[in-house]
Design a protein around this ligand. Structure first.
Ligand SMILES: *[C@@H]1O[C@H](CO)[C@@H](O)[C@H](O)[C@H]1NC(C)=O
Ligand SMILES: *[C@@H]1O[C@H](CO)[C@@H](O)[C@H](O)[C@H]1NC(C)=O
Ligand SMILES: *[C@@H]1O[C@H](CO)[C@@H](O)[C@H](O)[C@H]1NC(C)=O
Ligand SMILES: [Zn+2]
Length: 853
């Protein structure tokens, strides 16, 4: 039987892997391992093109590169790069923080790395493989929120070393991320603070220019700020949360939000080209050995005498390019205006300065600062030849075409369950600037060499009509859509008047491990009532997803979130929290609502990370009232008064009777939860877990179960190894639980569009998609959408099934050697879906080898 063969195959491959893994995997290392796993998937995608190369060659590449570099600098004569351009990654919209990628044939750089940057780069094939310099203008989550992901990607791609330049506090930030990423031994990380003023490599020299705000202790202005003055002394513990005392009592000594760093970058000069035709005409001995020294002298700008004739360089060479300068500057608020506008180092590149004027100034500056007279005047002090590029919330560029496409197509199936994506548009008027300027768009380029020019050809365009047309051409799709419509409208009359609007569940991220084009990482919003929402997990990019789901109403949506549940501390479940909290604070202020902290129901260990971030980077603790998950378990120890009162307040705020958690079988300190509303409905959420009886118990009779289904049924052994569930296991748990309806989510990224369906599917089971929005009543409709979904994704499903069959045919019972060779070389398998699976498998082997060597 097919299934048996597959299992045998998999068992064998695990065995082979098992042998290469010399150290047993300890339980407490699983966190690190998964973060690692998480980013290796991406690294493999980055190196897509090399996929058929032997892995060894890939690993050696960085070393060779290091040597080449040494050689180049030893030769001493700097040949500046011949191709250099800047490219916008994130245009600075509210959901895509500003970041700029710089390319030369020798080096790649990134300026700022907010949440989602790594994902954006991956989608648009901005290769991370040679990124060994990241410049950060400021230590704020906007700029550094995506760094942890980026660093792990670099590590996995084999980049031996990465240097972060900018604020000295970056050192502390690196330490803070280690609290959840584990040690980062495989990549040499260092911080080059602004005090080390210049940096030079094969491409350019970078000058770090510190700019200090006027008031030097302008910490974030938050309601909870306290004036207590024992900054380095932690107060005695009187709480359940060791070291998470009152925010005001914590030390703030190393934090410094009064600094931004600007970067002035000067490309190395490039000697002119030797013009062969002209040289021949002048009788130079082109094509003979004698020409070498002649060319060298001419390119150096010296005249030569050939057969009694003087030949000047400009006769046979194009002129030397002295090397243009570009400046990257962030001016986050008016407090920095004075210092920026009088800065002499930057003034050198303005009209009348000591250096050539800047060719380009990149402004990561909000409209409120741009529109001030002082900033405008500063811009005008650059000559008219200087180009200005502006990245801020006025950018309304679309960054992700793939998710717009799938959403437009799903929307055809059911417009309410799959609503169209929206965009947040700032209400602030655009500043009237007196210098020509260009507003950022995703992938817009400014080329510095060979020719200085704007290049717009890479900017993605998004055409919904096209997407709809494409789907319409899928055989049978329109017919299936029609059937869906009929069923739904029949259902609607049957239900009319009875449909409850709340609760409503919005799936924000339904993929596992790594955000991909189609599915982002974990985040599920439960709108309990018109005024209360609860968020279940908060992976990187959760805020961005909210923004694209709610558009201009995002502030309203944020302001209702009073409770966040974090199931466990894998990066794909919690690294979006900080951004969510800051954006929520902003939303409350915008709407004129009073600030109050959220109830954070989470493993208590999350405080290690949050405390460090708070101490060294930005104030965050005043946003949180922590309720450790363990106090909501059956037979939990009795919490201290403070926690008790938080629990009571949390239940009251959400109109809940009960909030229940239990430990699950995944990693250390991983929890599932269930909660029961006063009106009687009950929701159970699994987090990540293998089938777990404790969860069946706390979820008993749930109205809705949201269960992870990371893997297809045939990969049960892999599910065990990674401590996840298969589709049928998840459904099985739902049946045991006697849940009214089961939504499967958290799919492995190898099922990017749609997971394989198992025979256990019935009319109580649905599968989630990002941005899917459901109410309990929809449970009758959701299973009926499946035929249409299967038709839309028929090609992908076909490929996945074909792959499964091929695997069985090629590797009958236990032929381990073949299995190994397939895994090592990533044997070419046709089809897009298949490729992704191969990548994952191959990368898996490589990761293990890297770890053991
Ligand atoms: C570096 O230079 C040495 C001799 O100077 C040469 O043997 C070697 O091949 C060069 N390496 C690379 C990677 O170019
Ligand atoms: C996932 O997040 C990225 C930004 O990080 C976004 O561009 C993309 O549209 C999201 N994908 C989906 C399916 O919503
Ligand atoms: C679940 O429902 C069954 C039958 O409807 C009932 O007998 C049982 O007591 C319920 N269990 C819980 C924990 O609510
Ligand atoms: Zn996990």
């Amino acid at each position: 039987m097919n299934r048996l063969h597959v299992r045998l195959w998999y068992f064998t491959s695990l065995f082979v892997n098992g042998r290469t893994l010399s150290a047993p995997v300890r339980c407490d290392s699983s966190l690190h391992r998964t973060v690692f796993q998480l980013f290796r998937t991406m690294a493999t995608t980055n190196t897509n093109n090399n996929n058929n190369l032997p892995k060894k060659a890939k690993q050696k590449e960085p070393l060779r590169r290091v040597k080449t570099k040494e050689n180049r600098s030893k030769r001493g004569d700097v040949h500046g790069p011949s191709t250099v351009y800047l490219q916008v990654a994130g245009a600075g919209s509210r959901d895509n923080a500003a970041s700029v990628y710089v390319f030369s044939e020798f080096n790649r750089y990134l300026f700022n790395c907010g949440e989602g940057t790594q994902r954006l780069m991956q989608e648009h094939k901005l290769k991370a493989a040679r990124l060994d310099n990241i410049f950060l203008t400021r230590l704020s989550w906007e700029n550094v929120g995506g760094l942890s992901g980026m660093i792990l990607t670099l590590k996995d791609t084999g980049v031996p070393e990465c240097v972060l330049s900018g604020p000295p506090q970056l050192e502390n930030y690196l330490n803070a991320i280690k609290s959840f990423s584990g040690p980062l031994e495989d990549i040499k990380l260092s911080v080059r603070p602004y005090t080390e003023e210049t940096y030079s490599d094969d491409t350019m020299t970078v000058y770090q220019v510190p700019i200090f705000a006027k008031s030097r202790d302008n910490d974030r202005k938050l309601p909870h700020r306290s004036g207590r003055n024992s900054p380095t002394q932690a107060t005695p513990q009187k709480d359940d949360v060791s070291s998470a005392g009152d925010p005001g009592e914590r030390r703030t000594a190393v934090r410094d939000s009064s600094l931004v760093v600007a970067f002035a970058c000067k490309l190395h000069p490039k000697k002119g080209n030797f013009l062969v035709a002209q040289a021949k005409e002048l009788g130079l001995p082109v094509g003979t050995a004698a020409i070498g020294p002649i060319i060298a002298a001419l390119k150096d700008g010296k005249s030569i005498v050939h057969e009694g004739k003087e030949i000047r360089p400009e006769q046979v060479c194009t002129p030397t390019d002295p090397g243009p300068v570009f400046i990257i500057v962030e001016c986050p608020s008016e407090e920095f205006l004075g210092a920026l506008c009088t800065n002499q180092q930057l003034g050198r590149y303005q009209t009348g300065g000591t250096d050539d004027p800047a060719a380009l100034v990149v402004h990561m500056t909000p409209e409120s600062v741009l529109k001030t007279d002082q900033y405008k005047k500063w811009m005008e002090r650059f000559p008219s030849t200087t180009e200005h590029l502006i990245l801020n919330e006025h950018a309304c560029a679309i960054h992700n075409i793939r998710s717009h496409k799938i959403q437009a197509q799903l929307n055809m199936i059911h417009p309410e369950i799959f609503p169209q994506l929206k965009a947040y548009k700032t209400k602030e008027p655009q500043a009237a600037l007196h210098v020509p300027n260009v507003r950022a768009e995703c992938l817009l380029k400014f080329q510095l060499r060979p020719v200085m020019e704007w290049q717009r050809d890479a900017i993605p365009s998004c055409n919904s009509e096209e997407f709809v047309k494409e789907a319409s051409e899928v055989p049978n799709f329109l017919a299936e859509v029609d059937k869906c419509r009929k069923i739904c409208s029949a259902g609607a009359t049957e239900l009319s008047g009875q449909g409850e609007k709340y609760p409503e569940v919005v799936f924000l991220g339904t993929g596992s491990a790594l955000p991909m084009k189609i599915r982002n990482v974990s985040g599920t919003l439960v709108n309990i009532s018109p005024s209360q929402s609860l968020l279940l997990d908060c992976g990187e990019g959760t805020f961005g997803q909210l923004c694209r789901h709610y558009g201009d109403d995002v502030d309203d949506a944020l302001s209702k979130i009073a409770t966040v549940f974090i199931s466990h501390l894998h990066a794909d479940h919690h690294t979006g929290l900080v951004k969510l909290l800051y954006q929520r604070e902003r939303a409350l202020a915008t709407l004129g609502k009073p600030f109050s902290p959220i109830f954070l129901v989470a493993p208590v260990q999350i405080m290690t990370w949050l405390n460090q971030y708070h101490d060294c980077c930005e104030e965050i603790l005043s946003h949180i009232n922590l309720i450790p998950n363990k106090f909501l378990c059956d037979n939990a120890e009795v919490p201290k008064q403070r926690t008790k009162s938080f629990i009571q307040a949390m239940l009251k705020k959400n109109n809940l009777q009960r909030f229940h958690t239990c430990l699950v079988r995944h990693c250390k300190n991983a929890f599932a939860c269930s909660f029961t509303h006063q009106s009687g409905w009950k929701l159970a959420f699994s987090g990540d877990t293998m089938p777990c009886d404790a969860f069946v118990h706390i979820g008993k009779n749930a109205t809705l179960l949201i269960h992870e289904a990371t893997l297809e049924d045939e990969l049960e052994e892999e599910a065990v190894e990674k401590r996840h569930s298969t589709t049928s296991q998840a459904i099985g748990i739902g049946m045991k639980m006697n849940a009214d309806f089961i939504m499967l989510n958290h799919f492995s990224q190898r099922y990017a569009k749609i997971p394989l369906f198992s025979e256990d599917f019935n009319d109580r089971v649905g599968i989630s998609f990002d941005h899917m929005r459901i109410r309990f009543d929809d449970s009758k409709i959701i299973p009926k959408l499946i035929p249409a979904l299967k038709t839309l994704f028929a090609e992908e499903l076909g490929e996945m099934e074909e792959r499964r069959e091929r695997r069985e045919m090629r590797y009958p019972k236990g032929s381990s050697s073949e299995v190994t060779s397939e895994q090592k070389t990533g044997a070419p398998d046709v089809g897009r879906g298949a490729k992704r699976d191969q990548e994952e498998t191959a990368a898996h082997v490589e990761t293990k080898r890297l770890k053991t060597s």
